[in-house]
Write a protein that binds this ligand. Structure first.
Ligand code: GLN
Length: 483
């Protein structure tokens, strides 16, 4: 069984055509992961027993002539922040190293109903805080295209596993770019859905007004299949909404030609790496050849996005992570020096949380504190409103989607930015505004284009209107199938 470039689509065809069984697929993937993942460190934990029982049940269904869907038996990797019942899920944090999930996240429940197969948990920045996966409390992950570089983050393990053919597709989460940026660095497709398209129930909360679960896949077509399976209203997440996604696949050149795509002038500025700019030009040229119309638009508050996000996000982080007091959910450290409750908190949190998580909890606590609340948090909420309005105005001016870079540079070197958090934060400039406005964003690799020493892919970003995933997925699919 050839795992190279194995998509959901091809897997389904192979399984249905009896070229392999789901059990054989499971065994092949696990043996490749065990042999090859040492080079990349994409996986933290494998869920072999679960996968095998899922595979056997798919094989039984097929042998019994039962009809199965497009995701049946499909090997998926899961970012270490999404709960799978009875499996250890740690948020790539030491503090949760022994935490076993008591229930399935809604996306997992949906995918179990589709008979998918879960290979294991992938590495990420601790509690999804970061852009390089270097903030993981467990290990670092390397970019399969160049192992001296980061895979991006925070869903770096998921992106690397897809890029290295160590899974067919993966789930990630995106709060300010964590699906789109690693997708761009690793040359895979990443979809961050509209805030509210996919249930957040069972996702470890980082910043609840921004978090969304989404997919990392090899093709846009696969992203559509996976998205359709996880999207929808869920009674356990009051912010989720029901929408009709059935026509996402009915997108053709004719429909695409009716769309106008905006080019926000604030996204094509100094500081954008020349090779990234050239890649974007390539993508733009191809879209134009396909008949897509383009129009300049302005998003004037773009430059405020990073500072606005780095106030709102830590504020939410500090309250969400308060539940991790070192007693609930945590491993118990035995230490005779512990006398009082405060000692437990100090020891458990001090040793359990990494530096970046501690920084954000403290920042968040500060911006929410009495006397500073108005100056920081309330002000940032107003700026967030302005950023949302920028997008509304641009869309009202007659554009259906926008084309932008995902990240100012290709994948950077491991260690290059690790000691400078501000430098790391600034890189999020092109993904954060979309998150603040709750819009869907797709990162897809620029075709036949590599930078650096000829190894590194880069992606372009398509931003859509709220709950109009079909526009960006349709455009992405059109691009991907163009010759
Ligand atoms: N890089 C951003 C951050 O560090 C985004 C993280 C994310 O989307 N989870 O917060």
């Amino acid at each position: 069984m050839d795992l190279k470039n194995l998509t959901i689509k091809k897997f389904h065809e192979g399984l249905m055509g009896k070229k392999f069984s789901a059990k054989e697929a499971a065994e092949t993937f696990f043996s490749s992961i065990k042999k090859e993942d040492e080079k990349y460190g994409a996986y933290l934990r494998l869920t072999e027993e679960l996968a095998l029982s899922q595979a056997l049940s798919v094989d039984k269904k097929i042998d019994g002539g039962e009809k199965v869907g497009a995701l049946a038996g499909v090997p998926l990797a899961v970012k270490d922040v999404i709960l799978i019942k009875d499996e250890i899920v740690s948020g790539a944090s030491k503090i949760l190293s022994e935490y076993k999930a008591g229930y399935d996240a809604t996306v997992i429940k949906n995918l179990k109903e589709e008979n998918s197969m879960f290979l294991g948990y992938t590495n990420c920045d601790e509690f999804a805080m970061g852009a390089s996966t270097e903030n993981s409390g467990i290990q670092i992950t390397k970019n399969p295209h160049d192992t001296s570089r980061v895979p991006g983050g925070s869903s770096g393990g998921s992106a690397a596993a897809v890029a290295a053919d160590l899974t067919v597709a993966a789930l990630g989460s995106d709060t300010g770019g964590s699906i789109r940026e690693p997708a761009s660095f690793c040359g895979v497709v990443g979809l961050k859905p509209t805030y509210g398209s996919v249930s957040r129930f069972g996702l470890m909360a980082m910043a609840s007004s921004l978090d969304q679960i989404g997919c990392l896949t090899k093709t846009v077509e696969d992203a559509v299949i996976l998205f359709q399976a996880i999207a929808g209203r869920d009674e356990f997440d009051a912010t989720s909404e029901e929408h009709d996604w059935s026509d996402v696949m009915d997108f053709d050149a004719e429909r695409a030609k009716g769309l106008t795509v905006g080019l926000p002038e604030e996204y094509f500025v100094e500081g954008l790496d020349a090779q990234v700019e050239k890649g974007l030009d390539e993508a733009l040229g191809r879209f134009k050849k396909l008949g897509i119309k383009f129009k300049k638009v302005s998003l004037p508050h773009t430059s405020l996005g990073v500072s606005c996000y780095y106030i709102i996000m830590p504020a939410e982080v500090s309250s969400n992570l308060a539940r991790l007091d070192g007693i609930r959910y945590s491993r118990i450290i035995k230490d005779d020096a512990i006398e009082a409750l405060l000692d437990i908190y100090k020891k458990q949190k001090g040793e359990g949380f990494g530096e970046e998580v501690r920084r954000r909890i403290m920042l968040g606590t500060f911006v929410l504190s009495h006397g500073y609340y108005d100056a920081y948090y309330a002000q940032a909420q107003k700026v967030r409103r302005l950023i949302c309005r920028d997008f509304e105005k641009a869309f009202d001016s007659g554009v259906d989607a926008m084309l932008t870079p995902v990240y100012p540079t290709p994948a950077f070197k491991i260690g290059e930015k690790a000691s400078d958090p501000l430098e790391m934060y600034l890189g999020d400039i092109f993904t954060i505004p979309t998150s603040l406005a709750g819009l869907p964003g797709l990162s897809a690799p620029v075709k036949d284009y590599k930078v650096g020493s000829g190894e590194l892919p880069i992606g372009f970003q398509l931003i859509g209107k709220k709950f109009r995933e079909q526009d960006i997925l349709g455009l992405g699919r059109l691009y991907e199938t163009s010759s």
